[in-house]
Design a protein around this ligand. Structure first.
Ligand code: AN0
Ligand code: CP
Length: 317
């Protein structure tokens, strides 16, 4: 595997989940595979889980890992070609990327949507520059439009916890004070579309996701109706995708917060969220602290998804 952005990059998804569960059962089985290989993780945005779990995944495979926080000590990087660089950015990404590539064997990139230009975001300009100019396999650690390590961990978690052959999985929008990217719901939808689940997305009007990610999901605008009979509730905020409101907050309706009363409409569903989560905006204390909340094992599975992806990339070197 040379790049990792979409569920399709994993090929047969059942095989990928099976492999992930093998990795989970025996995390040190491949601990010499990455000997003398270096994983570089480049962060343009903050992270807790992705940074720690991906580094841990690399270490489990015997790799050396280097983390670069672009905003904490590196030169500020210009990303647009053709700009006269007389501003505050001393270095261009077009030099920085091949230089970074020369110091490592694999690269993970975190670069969120900027909401300045929808086309720039949805063409994944930054991630694709890494793919094109680093000369190394590149994986997304949440890029402008997707967060595939998260979604793969989410699928692994659903496989582990499901109590039905084909569970009903509901992705629900929930309120948040800041405009957030669509990357997490996009990737969650991408993965649920290839998983053996009954997948429903619920959100207020205007929050429709890009059709390439929605795929065959059912969209239900009535959140309560969507929750009926659900086996997994996956909450997440995102900002609008559709023009002319790309990147904007359209709804601040707190009645979309996931609470105990709403969870009672489900079939005793598990509660999921990628974290970080704002309590009592996205979900009430009661729900996230309930025995059916699986946010911590979900986050723990980030090591498993990352290790499986990095292992496949090492195998392709
Ligand atoms: C980010 C987002 O919504 O994309 C990262 C989630 C993993 N969340 C925040 O910025 C709060
Ligand atoms: N879920 C997730 O990616 O968390 P971080 O932003 O802390 O990495």
């Amino acid at each position: 595997m040379r790049t990792y952005q979409r569920a399709a990059d994993l090929g047969d998804i059942k095989k990928a989940v099976k492999e992930a569960l093998e990795v989970k059962a025996n995390p040190y089985k491949w601990d010499t595979m990455g000997k003398n290989k270096t994983l570089l993780m480049v962060f343009f945005n903050s992270s807790l889980r992705t940074r720690l779990s991906t580094q841990k995944a690399g270490m489990n495979l015997g790799m050396n890992t280097i983390v670069l926080d672009v905003n904490a000590g590196a030169w500020k990087l210009e990303t647009e070609r053709g700009v006269i660089m007389d501003g505050d950015k001393p270095e261009h990404l077009l030099e920085a990327i091949p230089v970074m590539g020369s110091y490592c064997d694999l690269i993970g990139v975190r670069s969120f949507a900027r909401f300045e230009n929808k086309q720039f975001d949805y063409e994944e300009v930054i991630l694709n520059q890494f793919i094109k100019y680093s000369g190394k396999p590149v994986f997304s650690m949440e890029s402008a439009t997707c967060h595939p390590l998260q979604a793969f961990a989410d699928l692994i978690t659903i496989e582990e916890f499901k109590e039905q052959e084909r569970p009903k999985v509901v992705l629900t929008w929930a309120p948040h004070p800041r405009a957030l990217p669509q990357a997490v719901p996009n990737s969650f939808a991408d993965f649920m579309n290839v998983a053996d689940v009954d997948f429903v997305i619920t959100h207020p009007k205007g929050y429709e996701l890009a059709p390439e990610f929605v795929g065959n999901a059912r969209v239900e605008y009535d959140q309560r109706k969507a929750f009926e009979g659900a086996n997994f509730i996956y909450a997440k905020n995102w900002s609008a995708y559709a023009d002319p409101n790309y990147g904007k907050i359209l709804c601040e309706d707190r009645s979309w917060t996931v609470d105990t009363e709403k969870m009672s409409l489900t079939d005793n569903a598990f509660f999921m969220h990628c974290l970080p989560v704002r309590r009592n905006m996205i979900v009430t204390d009661d729900v996230i602290e309930s025995p059916r909340s699986i946010v911590i094992p979900e986050a723990a599975n980030r090591v498993v998804s990352a290790q499986t992806v990095i292992k496949r990339m090492l195998e392709s070197l």
